[in-house]
Design a protein around this ligand. Structure first.
Ligand SMILES: NC(=O)C1=CN([C@@H]2O[C@H](COP(=O)(O)OP(=O)(O)OC[C@H]3O[C@@H](n4cnc5c(N)ncnc54)[C@H](O)[C@@H]3O)[C@@H](O)[C@H]2O)C=CC1
Ligand SMILES: O=C(O)C(=O)Cc1ccc(O)cc1
Length: 355
């Protein structure tokens, strides 16, 4: 029976453990983390056994490290000191890849250990073992720094789409689409708060747009500090080009360049509409939003209409509009379900529905 050791049982390690179990119920999953985290992981049957220390890695066939970046580097150094099995496969989930791959090459190249970098391109602003979710990576991309059939097989229960990307390219691309957006989200929140000192209404009037733009500002600060520090050149360069973009926009506004401004918004709109994220490939669910009036039993009525659907998540987002109580967000596994649910709710109710 294969023994898998997962080091770090937080959001990502916990979710991967659940995904491995789904496809390989007979694999033995060992987990290493702080004792209190291990206790929760055992209680929630995320892992089969708690590893008492890192030496348990010596019995593992596959080791998956799902730790913050600095701790990942430190753990690689510790693993290199152990008597690991011959041909053991080690992988990680770190949000940047160059520094990890470089260190793994230095440590393991002369041994028979196989190291393949990994990065699931889905997650959440939540962290910790309690946020672990078997559906987290469904339909999301999962970057591998090189092809490895055994790793693909291990992770097949996640329902992710594997893609091979070299570490340098990975850090450049994620610098743009993942790391830089976090810089922007937190900057926007801080800018608004500074303005709120003289304009306190700022705190009340932020609506859906502000919420959508800033959700990720609630992400874990230690993790994001580590990410920025491990991809500095790319992120600084992205900040600089963004400044230029904002400057060009200021010039258009000052010049009352109506055509230029409309072109700016039209281009942004059309590019976004054609992006994969719009088609549900990166957020891992197909989401439907229903504006629910402030009436009793409304949520139950909608859910009753969707009885035969496989729903992966339901939540109610607060709404600042006066005429609605909130937005019911229902996540489906497939686009077909999303479209069918859309039709059913539209036909049966007069609620505003959007996908
Ligand atoms: N949160 C996200 O959305 C995503 C995160 N990642 C990457 O995955 C990795 C893990 O992230 P999360 O699961 O979100 O973090 P998390 O904070 O939810 O989990 C990290 C776990 O590691 C444990 N830990 C920390 N240092 C340790 C050490 N020295 N020894 C043993 N356990 C230790 C913590 O107790 C915690 O349970 C990070 O490298 C992150 O960059 C990748 C994709 C998405
Ligand atoms: O909260 C979100 O939408 C994210 O951006 C999740 C995320 C966080 C870190 C990663 O390395 C990859 C994905």
């Amino acid at each position: 029976m294969k023994k898998i050791l997962i080091i770090g049982l937080g959001l990502i390690g916990g979710s991967i453990a659940l995904g491995i179990k789904r496809a390989h119920p007979h694999y033995e999953i060992w987990g290493y983390d702080r004792p209190e985290v291990q206790t929760i992981a055992l209680e929630q049957t995320i892992i089969d056994h708690a590893a008492p220390n890192l030496c348990s890695a010596e019995q593992a066939d596959i080791i998956l490290i799902a730790l913050p970046l600095e701790a990942t580097l430190e753990t690689l150094r510790e693993l290199a000191e152990l008597e690991l099995k011959e041909q053991v496969l080690i992988t990680d989930t770190g949000s940047t890849k160059q520094s990890i791959i470089q260190l793994a090459q230095e440590l393991f190249e002369s041994k028979k250990i196989i190291f393949v970098g990994g990065h699931p391109m889905a997650g959440s602003h939540k962290s910790g073992v309690r946020a672990a979710d078997v559906h987290l990576f469904e339909n999301a991309y999962y970057v591998l720094t090189e092809e490895n059939v055994a790793l693909r097989d291990l992770l097949k229960g996640l329902g992710a789409k594997f893609i091979i990307v070299n570490p340098k390219e990975h850090d450049q691309v994620t610098g743009q689409v993942s790391h830089f957006p976090h810089v922007l989200a937190s900057s926007l929140v801080l800018q608004a708060e500074e303005y709120a000192v003289t304009h306190p209404l700022v705190r009340q009037l932020g609506a859906g747009g502000f919420r959508d733009m800033t959700r990720i500002a609630e992400a874990d600060s230690t993790m994001w500090t580590g990410i920025l520090l491990s991809n500095p050149d790319v992120i600084i360069e992205r900040i600089e080009t963004f400044k230029e973009q904002l400057d060009a926009l200021s010039v258009k506004i000052k010049a009352q360049d109506e055509k230029g401004l409309k072109h700016f918004f039209d281009e942004g709109k059309s590019i976004r509409q054609n992006m994969e994220i719009h088609r549900g490939a990166i957020p891992n669910f197909y989401d439907l939003f229903v504006a629910i009036p402030d009436e009793k039993g409304v949520v139950l009525r909608i859910l009753a209409l969707l009885q035969d659907f496989s729903i992966t998540n339901i939540k109610i987002n607060e709404e600042n509009r006066e005429d609605t109580h909130g937005q019911l967000q229902i996540s489906f596994k497939t686009e077909t379900d999303l479209e069918r649910a859309y039709q059913i709710i539209q036909l049966a109710t007069d609620f505003e529905v959007r996908a």
